[in-house]
Design a protein around this ligand. Structure first.
Ligand code: NAD
Ligand code: MG
Length: 351
């Protein structure tokens, strides 16, 4: 069993452990199924694929951005109330980022907060959303507009779940892994470049190593800047353009696949503006090329697209903020970027 400790103790100690291994969560879940002080919100697909892990009364969630809303939070709160959940009970979220975000938010407000344990089942949620304490839901068409910072008591990562993950979901999560490598870790970058066949086969030891490294990196960032005042902004690499791509493609392009395009196109933009060198742009193309990502994007609706960039949560009154990488392993923040220059970049698209 691998362990990553997330140390968070400014006002009070709410540090927690991330436990990573292969094939251990099923037993834990079976163990709590009849224990009425634990409550489960489970992704419907996961429930169907791993039915033997679950018993008793559970809340099933069909994961979709359309269900990631306050109605679902309300339903979970009613579920907890009906089960007479008490203040020191625990809510388990078993699923991808959607289940984690929605259930985490519900846990943060039921009786002003009950214990919450994340059991991420997608690669994206293992390396990203289950760590760091951001919870929340969409409001209307605005993603993650309502939420809270609420840390889990524990995160249990079982690579067993990766075996059933659809290919595009795996690739979507892998884009976030590549993002960590580009921002913080040249060794991870080299490892990914040289171990493609094991990675795409999702070999357990290789996936445990990668996931552990990403959790360590995210933990370090979150420990330093829990509420995204500084270094945590780096994690937005690829997300400014990526988010606009998601919106403009009407979410046909999955988050991580949009982030991959975003990382590349932000880098190309930054290179053309003289903010980064050619070498790092090549390195970015190289790693995404290794894993066969499609990095191009043709904007469908320019107004929608640029509006999405301009109204990005990361934007500031002084202009657009971009997280970039100046060299593999060295993330940087560039502020005050003019939206018009980005518009021109996409209008003149030559890729
Ligand atoms: P998801 O939760 O929608 O899961 C993707 C799909 O995979 C779903 O259809 C689900 O049913 C299925 N699935 C889950 N586990 C499976 C398994 N083991 N085998 C087979 N199928 C499985 O998507 P996601 O990519 O995990 O998460 C995306 C969400 O995470 C977004 O809403 C995003 O906003 C959020 N997010 C949050 C944070 C954060 O810090 N809180 C960070 C990144 C992303
Ligand atoms: Mg992301």
């Amino acid at each position: 069993m691998e362990k990553v400790r997330v140390n968070l103790n400014y006002s009070k100690d709410y540090s927690y452990d991330i436990l990573i291994d292969h094939d251990f969560v099923g037993n834990e879940l079976k163990g709590i199924s009849n224990y009425n002080r634990a409550h489960l919100v489970v992704d419907k697909n996961v429930y169907e694929l791993y039915a033997s892990f679950f018993g008793g009364d559970i809340f099933l969630l069909t994961s979709s951005e359309h269900n990631k809303n306050l109605d679902t939070v309300y339903d979970i709160l009613k579920f907890l109330k009906n089960k007479k959940a008490l203040r020191n009970d625990t809510l388990f979220a078993v699923g991808g980022g959607i289940v984690g975000d929605v259930a985490g938010f519900a846990a943060s407000i039921y009786m002003r907060g009950i214990s919450f344990i994340q059991v991420p089942t997608t690669l994206l949620s293992m390396v990203d959303s289950s760590v760091g304490g951001k919870t929340g839901v969409n409001l209307g068409d605005v993603k993650n507009l309502v939420g809270s910072f609420y840390q889990p008591k524990k995160v249990l990562i079982d690579t067993l779940f990766l075996a059933t993950l659809p290919e595009d979901e795996f690739k979507s999560g892998l884009a976030e892994v590549i993002k960590y490598a580009l921002l913080f870790d040249k060794e991870l970058y080299e490892f990914l470049v040289h171990n493609k066949s094991d990675v795409v086969k999702r070999k357990n030891d290789v996936m445990i190593k990668i996931i552990k490294r990403c959790c360590e990196l995210k933990a370090e960032v979150v420990e330093e800047d829990e509420t995204e005042q500084g270094i945590r902004k780096l994690l937005n690499l690829g997300h400014t353009f990526g988010h606009a791509i998601e919106v403009d493609s009407d979410h046909e392009i999955k988050h991580g696949l949009a982030v991959a395009k975003g990382v590349y196109l932000e880098a190309l933009f930054a290179y053309e503006k003289g903010m980064i060198g050619k070498k790092v742009l090549d390195d970015i193309e190289n790693i995404f090329g290794t894993y066969d990502y499609d990095l191009n994007y043709k904007v469908r609706d320019f107004a929608l697209f640029t509006n999405a960039i301009g109204s990005d949560k990361k934007a500031m009154s002084s202009g657009i903020v971009l997280a970039l990488t100046s060299d593999v392993g060295s993330g940087i923040i560039k502020e005050g970027i003019d939206l018009d220059s980005i518009k021109k970049f996409f209008e003149g698209a030559r890729w």
